[in-house]
Design a protein around this ligand. Structure first.
Ligand SMILES: Cc1ncc(COP(=O)(O)O)c(C=O)c1O
Length: 461
């Protein structure tokens, strides 16, 4: 074993990590405790959480009401299988969810995370097609790039070329259409034209596949890491809804990152009320880092149709376990009590304007985008040409490491090998206040300036 391999072997004890991403590597600090917006490591250094972990800890860290609900439920019953027992915790979570999500989303299927929830939606869409008497429909079209999870079904609808190259032979290939990026347009092209043509690409793909074979289209209404918080022009959402209706397929919104209040609405779908999806997938923010929790939301009419044919042929051991349900319910109660959805909208507006100021001063920030507290900044080598920083300079990795030095926990990695660009997620917990937005953006400006100075010194930008 050479010294590098020995260091990796040492680093991969515990939970072995994705060392090929090279972000923090063996130098990652050891967590001691976390509270509010801050982490402290075992050496007593403090870090502000600029991204809620991987866009998860909506309530920040250590919320007392959630911890209390967790303890109380654990003392009552951690686990009771929903096939054998109903639970108050599950009913309370379902009621809160259907009230917050609104009509059409009154039946949750409760799982343990985003990938499981996406798998549930894919299988439900297939069974619903059969229940409606259309058994030839099974394909699920998705966008490229996109991320819908790490399990093989979710990976098959994820537009990620690297994952596809490695795991493709193990998956059922699913059709893809381009994501509606509007940062790099053709000369003379408007964002609206790009939105129209990418929506039209969906109609063309359905025709190419044969409409009678397609069960659903899945997309992130506000992008996550795969597209750097991509928000399309409004007309895109209406066009997509109309195309799904025209060809009789289900529209699935993957709101694993954008849901649970992060975008300034409980569902990101609520930003486009005339284009609501048939199924919604939630995770991350509903468990908020306190418990593994994911959900697929469907209407009772759809669930009844599947039930009439024998029921949903899908399940996991931890489905709707009382402990996760009680924690999820407490997270939603705290989200409402602290008025965090409105705070996400207010702080999102402030964050956007502060990030735009950072962009104006930084030679390597080319774009700021997103909604509410789901935002990203795109890194470029040249703001005029919008050229990306060559991958071999590992700008994202450098920024994450410099962030740790400056007391900022930053979440990013480069999806699709950087083919579509490189960005940093800016997604603090929904409890963030004005001073903390300033703390994040001031720290970020310093980190970016250290990174761009290094790149300039080495003649790389
Ligand atoms: C949009 C989206 N869908 C699905 C997933 C998968 O969720 P999980 O990691 O909880 O399985 C993620 C995770 O980042 C995501 O961002």
């Amino acid at each position: 074993m050479n010294p590098d391999q020995a260091m990796l072997a040492q680093d991969n004890r515990g939970h072995f990590r994705r060392f090929f991403l090279g972000l923090h590597g063996p130098d990652a600090p050891t967590i001691e405790r976390a509270e509010g917006l801050y982490f402290w490591d075992s050496l007593g250094r403090r870090y502000i959480d600029t991204t809620s972990g991987p866009v998860t800890c909506n309530l920040g860290h250590g919320n007392a009401a959630v911890l209390d609900a967790m303890t109380k439920q654990a003392q009552k019953a951690c686990f009771a299988w929903p096939v054998m027992f109903k639970s108050e915790a599950n009913l309370a979570l379902s009621e809160s969810l259907s009230r917050l999500a609104g009509p059409g989303y009154d039946c949750p299927f409760v799982v343990s995370g985003g990938s499981e929830a996406v798998e549930s939606a894919l299988k439900f869409a297939r069974q619903y097609a059969i229940a409606k008497g259309e058994p030839s429909r099974w394909k699920v079209i998705s966008r490229h790039p996109a991320y819908h999870g790490g399990t093989l079904g979710a990976a098959a609808v994820s537009g990620d070329e690297i994952s596809q190259e490695i795991f493709g032979p193990m998956m059922q290939a699913m059709p893809k259409v381009p994501a509606p990026f509007t940062y790099r347009l053709e000369p003379g092209e408007t964002p609206e034209e790009r939105a129209r043509s990418t929506a039209q690409a969906l109609a063309e793909e359905i025709e190419r596949q044969g409409p009678e074979t397609v069960a659903a289209f899945i997309m992130e209404p506000i992008g996550g890491l795969a597209t750097g918080a991509l928000v399309a022009p409004d007309l895109y959402y209406r066009h997509v809804r109309e195309i799904c209706d025209r060809y009789g397929l289900l529209l699935i919104y993957d709101e694993v990152m954008s849901g649970a209040g992060r975008s300034g609405r409980f569902l990101a779908a609520h930003h486009w009320p005339d284009a609501l999806p048939d199924l919604v997938v939630l995770a991350k923010g509903v468990g908020a880092g306190f418990t593994p929790l994911g959900l697929m939301l469907a209407s009772s009419e759809m669930v009844d149709a599947v039930a009439a044919e024998g029921g949903f042929l899908h399940g996991h051991t931890y489905n709707a376990n009382p402990l996760s349900c009680a924690v999820g319910h407490a997270v939603l109660q705290e989200t409402e009590r602290l008025d965090l959805i409105a705070n996400a909208e207010r702080m999102g507006t402030l964050l956007m304007s502060e990030l735009r100021a950072v962009m104006a001063d930084s030679p390597i920030v080319g774009d700021v985008r997103g909604r509410g507290l789901l935002q990203a900044i795109e890194l470029v080598a040249n703001k005029e040409t919008k050229e990306s920083i060559p991958m071999e300079h590992n700008a994202v990795g450098q920024i994450c490491t410099l962030g740790m030095e400056e007391g900022l926990a930053i979440y990013s990695r480069v999806p699709n090998g950087g083919k579509f660009g490189q960005w940093l997620m800016m997604t603090p917990p929904l409890i963030v206040n004005e001073e903390q937005v300033q703390e994040i953006t001031t720290g970020l400006a310093k980190v970016l300036s250290r990174c761009s100075d290094r790149l300039a010194r080495d003649g790389l930008i």
